[in-house]
Design a protein around this ligand. Structure first.
Ligand code: PMV
Length: 348
């Protein structure tokens, strides 16, 4: 099919890992499997306008707009992404692009926008491929979108669909593989289908250590092999817990995964700490509240200081009261984002 110009657009969410991906091999292949909740409200909207080049050239031509303004500082990341996916999407060099993107969450909130941003762009690339090849089947579309997103940012491959996504080969998950994320199709108890995630914005500053540097520090890390084995085992146990609905065990696995992730950072060479004093204040307050009220609320962490507070929908009112009364004093400008489990990206 001959397509001269047009536009495509996607809205794609962020995700929060329950079993963490930390450490990778060549070509963004994960060192261990991970499992994540797709979020609903934290998302990136991306429009890709394309125009066929009049003269052939061997480079990528694109302009980038972030929140309506031209943003050249983001271009190297996109350039690198295009270079990585070029052999799978060779048509990219036939067009000039205008990429317009915006996030639903506050700019530089410390919320990683790489998962939502890279997945939204990967989906746009796939929509263009679909215009060139209208026969493409929807399953192939999603898998290749996830595959391309992975090459942008590993965890982005878990943002195409929802509510639970697995990525990385694991012996007790058939179909699981290292190249793209797929829907978690095992049995899931009702309580886990409507989980809430309130993100407490503890530190909105730039991270001192990027996640790609962190992943690399897992090479030669003294605890790397034990950590990868632990992720496999925790995923196995989580599978049982997701089916049974056992909240106690769920909280234990999820919190342990978050702390293990940060343990790897603190024990790498060079070592670093991404948590802030207020991260620990919040964790201690959550533990005290849980002990006192028996409410099933737990935390998880990304590669940063912000805290994701996870809890069942039926407890939302009291947990939000607790958050407002006891936790937001630890947030920068008292900022937090109410989110919940979502179903994945939407075409515009
Ligand atoms: O996608 P990356 O390379 O930014 O890695 C992010 C990894 C964690 O967010 C720390 C964990 C995960 O599984 O999402």
């Amino acid at each position: 099919t001959k397509i001269d110009s047009g536009r495509v657009g996607w809205e794609s969410p962020s995700n929060i890992a329950l079993i963490k991906y930390w450490g990778k091999k060549e070509n963004q292949i994960p060192a261990n499997p991970s499992l994540s909740y797709t979020l609903n409200n934290c998302k990136t909207t991306t429009l890709l306008e394309f125009q066929k080049k009049t003269t052939k050239s061997d480079n990528f031509e694109f302009d980038l707009y972030f929140e309506g303004k031209q943003k050249d500082s983001f271009k190297p990341k996109i350039q690198q992404f295009f270079e990585r996916i070029a052999k799978y999407s060779p048509f990219l060099k036939d067009y000039t692009f205008k990429i317009s993107t915006e996030n639903s969450f506050p700019h530089s909130s410390g919320i990683a926008s790489s998962a939502s941003g890279m997945s939204a762009l990967a989906l746009c690339v796939m929509s263009l491929e679909q215009k060139l090849n209208p026969e493409m089947n929807p399953e192939f579309f999603n898998r290749k979108a996830s595959f391309l997103a992975r090459l942008g940012s590993g965890s982005a491959c878990r943002s195409i669909e929802g509510p639970l996504i697995e990525w990385g080969k694991h012996k007790s998950l058939s179909g699981s593989n290292d190249c793209y994320g797929i829907k978690y199709e095992e049995e899931v108890a009702e309580v886990f289908k409507s989980f809430q995630d309130t993100i407490l914005l503890v530190d909105k500053g730039q991270k001192q250590v990027s996640s790609s540097v962190g992943h690399n520090l897992m090479h030669g890390h003294p605890y790397a092999q034990a950590r990868f084995a632990q992720a496999h085992e925790n995923l196995d146990q989580l599978k049982t817990v997701l089916a049974s609905g056992n909240l106690q065990d769920f909280m234990e696995i999820v919190e342990s995964e978050a702390l293990s992730l940060h343990t790897m950072m603190m024990s790498s060479k060079p070592y670093f700490i991404l948590m802030k004093p207020n991260t620990l204040e919040i964790i201690n307050k959550i533990w005290a509240y849980r002990e006192l009220t028996k409410t099933p609320v737990c935390f998880t962490l990304d590669a940063g200081a912000n805290v994701h507070v996870l809890y069942p929908k039926k407890d939302a009112k009291k947990v939000l009261d607790f958050i407002k009364n006891k936790l937001i004093i630890y947030c920068e400008k008292e900022q937090y984002i109410c989110d919940r489990v979502g179903t994945g990206a939407v075409e515009l």
